[in-house]
Design a binder for this molecule. Structure first.
Ligand SMILES: [Zn+2]
Length: 422
């Protein structure tokens, strides 16, 4: 154990680090965890966590800040994917940079207060919206570095080959500092060529890739085979993610296992977006409606890096959203019928450590030398945070307190002894 007696910038006393370890003090210096020590060894400015559970900040691998909070501008009749794209495209024509910024700010602040400290946001690029969304989100990413790290994935939601002028704009966004590039082959008239062009741009700018993929339940063909093929051809293992992949939820077990092995051996990661997939899939079926949510936990057992994420917030793709990854992990556990302690730990990993690996984030987690990106929960076990959808009480980003949530108070008519959550 490393014990440094230099004065600390902040000490979080009596932290519960899980796994039945004794309570410890987390010593923070210059934004990093300088030491994790038994109680009372180091002096300095302190906050007593009184046994509160400490977890690393959540990692949101897939959200759309630019088109969040437009549900009042959309007319949902079918609840289909095509309608969601159509309604969003229509609403998007009236977006201004200011409007995007205001809505994205609202979503971002909810995510911060729900514990997100790393975020990959997709931003739409096409000849109609141009770079308005990209510029608005770039400004916010800069402004909110005190609370979270944002990476911007620019992508063509309305297609690429079928949308002249789109590729030039994507390239311009990459020139102006996009963190990575995404694709949406299902929206294109030429899906394979779409995938190839995205790989070409990614290689030019040396960027990772995050595709929206296979967003239906028709299993006659899978775009993921083409993505895996090109990932190998470009030597891009570990740098490609595919999101949704709802077709996998409709495959018989043997085919599912074959797809899982292909993904694992190609180094292609998967993000499952349960809220959106539940809302959009299985429309038109009047009984025994399929859930349409791919089993990330099973893919994970075959060695695929997987995350669970929010995707859309209050729009035609998903008219819900509190930006809580605890809730998304809970929703997924419920759909996938996961209830054992180990299962819930896997769900937590898919919004924390596995999600960090998917985003190629180094030095993630509560450990000496890592950034002090910490959440404190009023609960004993990490699995309760998922099972009970417990929101974090406190957040620290690079060692500085970034939010605080007061505990609700019960107004019982009968006087009761005060009691602390341990
Ligand atoms: Zn998405």
């Amino acid at each position: 154990m490393e014990i440094c007696l230099m004065p600390a910038d902040l000490i979080l006393r009596q932290a519960n680090l899980g796994d039945d370890a004794p309570l410890a003090d987390i010593v923070i210096r210059e934004g990093r965890i300088a030491a994790i020590t038994p109680h009372g060894l180091v002096a300095g400015k302190e906050i007593n966590l009184e046994g509160g559970l400490v977890l690393p900040g959540f990692v949101e691998t897939h959200i759309h800040l630019d088109k969040s909070c437009i549900i009042d501008r959309c007319d949902i009749r079918e609840g289909s994917l095509a309608e969601a794209i159509r309604e969003t495209a229509r609403a998007k024509l009236a977006f201004s940079e200011d409007d995007i910024e205001q809505r994205a700010r609202r979503t971002l602040e909810k995510a911060i207060m729900a514990g997100t400290m790393k975020m990959r946001t997709h931003v739409e690029i096409d000849p109609r919206i141009g770079l308005k969304g990209f510029h608005a989100i770039q400004r916010l990413a800069q402004e909110y570095t005190w609370a979270l790290d944002i990476e911007i994935c620019v992508f063509p939601q309305e297609g690429l080959i079928n949308d002249p002028g789109c590729e030039e704009l994507l390239i311009e966004a990459c020139r102006q500092g996009a963190s990575l590039i995404g694709g949406c082959p299902y929206a294109d008239t030429q899906p394979d060529e779409h995938i190839a062009r995205i790989f070409a741009i990614a290689r030019t700018f040396d960027l990772d890739i995050d595709f929206h993929l296979d967003f239906d339940l028709d299993t006659r063909f899978l775009s993921l085979t083409e993505v895996c093929r090109q990932t190998r051809a470009h030597n891009y293992a570990g740098r490609v993610t595919i999101g949704h992949v709802t077709k996998l939820s409709a495959l018989p077990s043997a085919d599912f296992v074959a797809a899982a092995r292909l993904l694992a051996s190609s180094g292609v990661a998967v993000t499952v977006l349960p809220s959106t997939d539940l809302f959009l899939m299985g429309r038109g079926i009047d009984h025994n409606v399929p859930r349409g949510v791919t089993r990330a936990d099973l893919l994970r057992h075959h060695g695929v890096t997987c995350s669970l994420a929010t995707n859309n917030v209050l729009n035609a793709f998903t008219p819900f959203g509190d930006c809580s990854l605890c809730r998304i992990a809970n929703l997924y556990a419920n759909i996938a019928q996961l209830g054992r302690r180990q299962d819930l730990e896997d769900c937590l990993a898919m919004v924390t450590s596995d999600a960090a690996r998917l985003m190629n984030i180094e030095r993630y987690g509560v450990a000496v030398g890592h950034a002090a990106d910490l959440l404190v929960f009023p609960t004993e076990a990490a699995t309760s945070a998922i099972a009970e959808i417990v929101l974090p009480r406190l957040g620290f980003k690079n060692g500085r307190r970034s939010f605080f949530r007061a505990d609700p108070v019960l107004n019982s008519p009968v006087p009761r002894k005060h009691h602390h959550a341990k």
